[in-house]
Write a protein that binds this ligand. Structure first.
Ligand code: GLN
Length: 486
């Protein structure tokens, strides 16, 4: 198999035995990008020269036997994470010329570990979307079927990993944007606990929901990435000061002593039958691994989407106020007066979905409506937290589908924002509660599109997620399957 098709841990075997080098690996990755990127469209900006320079440094480290598991590993980074000297657009025209003066903590940690940034991955504008069709720089295609969406908003991150244009990636998840594209592209995606990973340098969408996490080819790689990116950051007041375990220790065979809850509301109306069958088959495998399974109820699940679409736009309307043509990115130069400059910069710079969210959010926060909308949504959020608390008193993890259906065709839901919003019904509750969620491949549809299984756990229980995910992965043996790309 080509080097770029391997996982981080497989490459480490080769690198340790000196059977390959970071430069050779970077070469293989860019060769693959040259071959398939025109079909996929996973990147907004490539970082080739700097990548080879960094690969040269990693060569030396590896040659002298230094460097941890990420040393010399080529990664893509969602274009919502700031990278000093490397353009960061958040998928928006308003940030087209924006070159950050600093690097996000998560990216810095990866670079300190010797990882190589090959480019900035495409995404829905300001991470608003479920299909990656809201991007000012084009729509990426699902490597499994080029006329299908790769999911959103971290669509480019997922596609670049699935198409072997890099080894792993970082995305961000506000309502499902790591887990959902991971599921649609047949890879592993983890949204860590809110506060586990620093948000410093992540361009904010909805600050109380956003979390950065890895998209990888398998669970072991997910643990390796989480080991590096987790931990307290004094630059992020919401990051939590708590020890970081070695997440690889969680990758043990067998689930004896674990109880898995099956939330009945996640298997309701609107769930595609192939998705249900694949997930139920996954649950059987977890039973075979020794887990106890029981049904649980999360009665407020159905209100998650409604609460989310008040809270997230409300926070976004405030966070996006900073893009006014004065401080960052593009400025409309035709306006004569200051107020017109603000208006025109924002009118021309933001896309339709972003404008829709700003209007919804401003409305939800406006005086007279605040109690009816924002406050009510916050109360629903508390009920969802309570649901989870009760469920986790009875079981270790919850297992469900990630999305109600496999990937849909590009263009299919563009004129129907509501049906697009509803596709996040199974991922949004974890963000509202701040708990971690993992998406693991569990099957394929008849049409040949991947299906994911979601595992959720209580705050800071990422080890349980990884343990269950690892047991599923080893029993299904899907991790090595590749899209039929030439
Ligand atoms: N699809 C959801 C939204 O558009 C979630 C996006 C995300 O997680 N960034 O808000």
């Amino acid at each position: 198999m080509d080097l770029n098709a391997l996982s981080i841990h497989e490459l480490n075997e080769l690198l340790k035995k000196k059977e390959t080098t970071p430069s050779a690996l970077t070469e293989a990755v860019f060769k693959r990008i040259d071959a398939v990127e025109e079909q996929i469209g996973a990147f907004i900006t490539l970082n080739k020269d700097e990548a080879f320079r960094r690969a040269g440094e990693a060569d030396k480290k590896r040659a002298s036997g230094d460097g941890g598991p990420l040393c010399g590993i080529p990664l893509s980074i969602k274009d919502v994470l700031c990278t000093k000297g490397l353009r960061t657009t958040a998928g928006s025209k308003i940030l087209e010329p924006f070159v950050p003066p600093y690097t996000a903590t998560v990216v810095e940690k990866l670079e300190d570990a010797g990882a190589i940034i090959v480019g900035k991955a495409t995404m829905d504008e300001f991470a608003m979307g479920s299909s990656n069709e809201n991007c000012a720089y084009g729509v990426p295609r699902n490597p499994w079927q080029l006329d299908s969406i790769c999911g959103g908003s971290s669509g480019g991150s997922a596609a670049s990993v699935a198409a072997d244009e890099c080894i792993a990636s970082l995305g961000s998840d506000t309502g499902g944007s790591i887990r959902q594209p991971a599921s649609h592209c047949g890879i592993v995606g983890l949204k860590p606990t809110y506060g586990r990973v620093s948000r410093f340098g992540l361009l904010a969408y909805a600050s109380s929901l956003d979390q950065v996490g890895p998209l990888t080819k398998d669970i072991t790689d997910c643990a390796l990435m989480l080991n590096v990116i987790s931990g307290y950051d004094s630059k992020d007041s919401t990051s939590v000061n708590r020890d970081v375990p070695d997440y690889c220790d969680a990758l043990v065979d067998g689930l004896n002593g674990m109880t898995i809850g099956i939330p009945k509301e996640y298997f309701g109306e609107g769930l595609d039958s192939e998705v249900e069958a694949a997930v139920r088959n996954g649950i059987e495998k977890l039973k075979e691994a020794g887990a106890q399974v029981r049904e649980v109820s999360l009665p407020h699940t159905e209100y998650g989407v409604a609460a989310y679409y008040l809270i997230a736009p409300a926070e976004a309307s405030s966070n996006l106020a900073r893009y006014d043509g004065v401080k960052y990115g593009m400025r409309d130069m035709e306006a004569e007066f200051l107020q017109d400059m603000y208006n025109q910069t924002r009118s021309k710079g933001f896309g339709d979905e972003v404008k829709r969210r700003i209007i919804m959010g401003t409305y939800a926060l406006s005086s007279g409506y605040y109690d009816a909308y924002y406050k009510k949504a916050s109360q629903v959020r508390t009920l969802i937290v309570e649901d989870y608390k009760k469920a986790f008193a009875e079981c270790d993890v919850l297992v469900s589908p990630v999305t109600p259906s496999p990937a849909w065709k590009i263009g299919e839901k563009c004129n129907d924002p509501l049906s697009m919003y509803l596709s996040d019904v199974l991922t949004i509750p974890a963000n509202l509660a701040g708990i971690p969620g993992l998406s693991v491949p569990c099957g394929m549809s008849d049409e040949g599109l991947p299906i994911g299984l979601q595992i959720q756990a209580s705050h800071f229980d990422e080890e349980k997620l990884l343990r269950v995910g690892f047991n599923l992965e080893t029993r299904l043996d899907l991790a090595g399957s590749k899209p039929p790309l030439s």
